[in-house]
Design a protein around this ligand. Structure first.
Ligand SMILES: *Cc1c(COP(=O)(O)O)cnc(C)c1O
Length: 421
C-alpha cells in the first residue's frame, strides 16, 4: 500500500517541479521518495504516516535549539498578534541589529530574507566598494542560487567560470573565478592572473555544502593576508557557521576577521531571514546612505525578527550550549568512526556539524569529497531512515546537531550505524 508521503509526493509532482520547493528535498540522489513532515518537537520529527525520527537536518541548520523551543514559539505568537508585516521600521529590528553586532563584531548589518539574498547583496556591496567586478569562490562551496554563485569551474581551477545551471549568462559566470578549497596557491594564482580586478574572495569558513570540510590550519589566515595584499575584500559566508560554531561564528572560532559577513539559517530561528554586515565604512555605502542599492518589502519582518532575536538571545546568554554541542559532536564523531572502522569512511566534523564520507582519502576539498562512494551513501541513508534517523538525503550535506539532542539519542544513531554496516 502507498504511504501518505508517497501519495502526497504524487500530488506534489503535478504542481511543483519535482514535487518540491527546493531540489535536495526530492531525495533523488538516494532513490526514495521524500517523507512529508507534519510536526517536530525538540530533536524529533514526525512524518505524514506517523513515523518518528531523530532529526539530523534541523531545517538544514536554523533550529540549533531544536523544534518548537518554547521561548521562540511564544515570541512569535506575541508578534503575530500585533500584525504580520508593516513595511515600516519596527523597534524589534533595532534590538535584533544591536544583538547581531554585539555577538559577531560587525558594526552595521542589513536584514534580508534568505542566505541567497544576503550573499547577492554582499557581492554587490563588495563590487560597489572596490569598483572591481571579479569574485573568487571555491569549488564545492555553495553561496545560494544567485547567478554569479552558480559556478564551480570543474577541473580548470585557474580558468574563468562556466555556469553550473542553465540560464546563467556566460558573461556573468565569467566574472566568477574558482579556486580550490584549502589551497592558497590556487587563490594567489587567480589574483596574479587578474591584477586589479578582484573585488572579493568569498568562502564558507567551514565548507559545509560539499559535506563538512574544515579549513586547514592557516587557510583562513592566508586568505585574509592575500586579500590585504591584493586590496580585495574577504567575505565569510557564515550562513551555516554563523551562531553555530560560537556566538560570534567562524570569525571568533578561528580568530580571523572578514570584511563582510553573510548570515542566514540560525539568524531566523526557522523563519526566512538573512543578513549581511561589516564595518561602518563599508555598510554606509548601502542605500539610502550610499550608492549600492538593495531593498526588500518584507526585510526585517517583525514576526521573523521575533523568532530570530529570541533564538539569538538564548544563544548569547547560554554559552554552555556551545560546550555541550562540541561534546556531543565529538561523541557522535568518535562513535561513528568506531562503528564504520571496517569500511573506507571519513567522519569530518567541526563543532556540531558533521559528514560521513565513504572514501579512503581524508577529505580536505572538493576533489576528495567527490571520491565518496555514492552507492554506499545511499545504503547508509536508507539504513538510517529505516532505523528512525532522519539525515540529509545527499552525500554533500551536513548532519546538524541541536541543543535538544541527548546523549541517549547520539547512542541510538551510533547503534544504527553499527547495524547498517
Ligand atoms: C544555505 C546556504 C546559503 C543560501 O541560503 P538560502 O537561505 O537557502 O538562500 C548560502 N550560503 C551557505 C553557506 C548556505 O549554507
Amino acid at each position: 500500500m502507498m504511504t501518505r508521503s508517497e501519495a502526497l509526493f504524487e500530488a506534489a509532482q503535478r504542481v511543483l517541479p519535482g514535487g518540491v520547493n527546493s531540489p535536495v528535498r526530492a531525495c533523488r540522489a538516494v532513490g526514495t521518495y521524500p517523507r512529508f513532515l507534519e510536526r517536530g518537537l525538540g530533536s524529533h520529527v514526525w512524518d505524514a504516516d506517523g513515523r518518528e525520527y531523530i532529526d539530523l537536518i534541523c531545517s538544514w541548520g536554523p533550529l540549533i535549539l531544536g523544534h518548537c523551543n518554547a521561548d521562540v514559539e511564544h515570541a512569535v505568537q506575541e508578534a503575530v498578534k500585533k500584525g504580520l508585516s508593516f513595511g515600516a521600521p519596527t523597534a524589534i529590528e533595532v534590538e535584533m541589529a544591536e544583538l547581531v553586532c554585539r555577538m559577531t563584531g560587525v558594526e552595521m548589518v542589513r536584514m534580508v530574507n534568505s542566505g541567497t539574498e544576503a550573499v547577492m547583496s554582499a557581492l554587490r556591496l563588495a563590487r560597489g566598494a572596490t569598483g572591481r567586478s571579479k569574485i573568487i569562490k571555491f569549488a564545492g562551496c555553495y553561496h545560494g542560487h544567485s547567478d554569479s554563485m552558480l559556478v564551480k569551474a570543474g577541473s580548470g581551477a585557474l580558468t574563468g567560470g562556466a555556469p553550473d545551471s542553465a540560464g546563467v549568462p556566460a558573461e556573468i559566470a565569467g566574472d566568477t573565478l574558482t579556486a580550490a578549497y584549502n589551497d592558497l596557491q590556487s587563490v594567489r594564482s587567480l589574483f596574479e592572473a587578474n591584477p586589479g580586478k578582484v573585488a572579493a574572495v568569498i568562502v564558507e569558513p567551514v565548507a559545509a555544502n560539499m559535506g563538512v570540510v574544515p579549513p586547514e590550519p592557516g587557510f583562513l589566515e592566508g586568505l585574509r593576508a592575500l586579500c590585504d595584499e591584493f586590496d580585495s575584500l574577504l567575505i565569510f559566508d557564515e550562513v551555516i557557521t554563523g551562531f553555530r560554531l560560537a556566538p560570534g561564528g567562524a570569525q571568533s572560532y578561528y580568530g580571523v576577521q572578514a570584511d563582510l559577513v553573510t548570515y542566514g539559517k540560525i539568524i531566523g530561528g526557522g523563519m526566512p531571514v538573512g543578513a549581511y554586515g561589516g564595518s561602518r565604512k563599508l555598510m554606509e555605502l548601502v542605500a539610502p546612505l550610499g550608492p549600492v542599492y538593495q531593498a526588500g518589502t518584507l526585510s526585517g519582518n517583525p514576526v521573523a525578527m521575533a523568532a530570530g532575536l529570541t533564538q539569538l538571545q538564548i544563544l548569547s546568554s547560554t554559552p554552555e550550549i556551545y560546550t555541550e554541542l562540541e561534546r556531543r559532536g565529538a561523541m557522535l564523531q568518535q562513535g561513528l568512526r568506531d562503528a564504520l572502522s571496517g569500511i573506507p569512511a571519513q567522519v569530518n566534523r567541526v563543532g556540531s556539524i558533521l559528514t560521513v564520507f565513504f572514501t579512503e582519502q581524508p577529505v580536505t576539498g572538493y576533489a576528495q569529497a567527490k571520491s565518496s562512494d555514492l552507492e554506499q551513501f545511499k545504503h547508509w541513508y536508507l539504513g538510517l531512515l529505516q532505523r528512525g534517523v532522519y539525515a540529509a538525503p545527499s552525500q554533500f550535506e551536513a548532519m546538524f546537531l541541536s541543543a535538544a539532542h541527548t546523549d541517549a539519542e547520539i547512542e541510538q544513531i551510533i547503534q544504527a550505524a553499527r547495524e547498517i554496516i
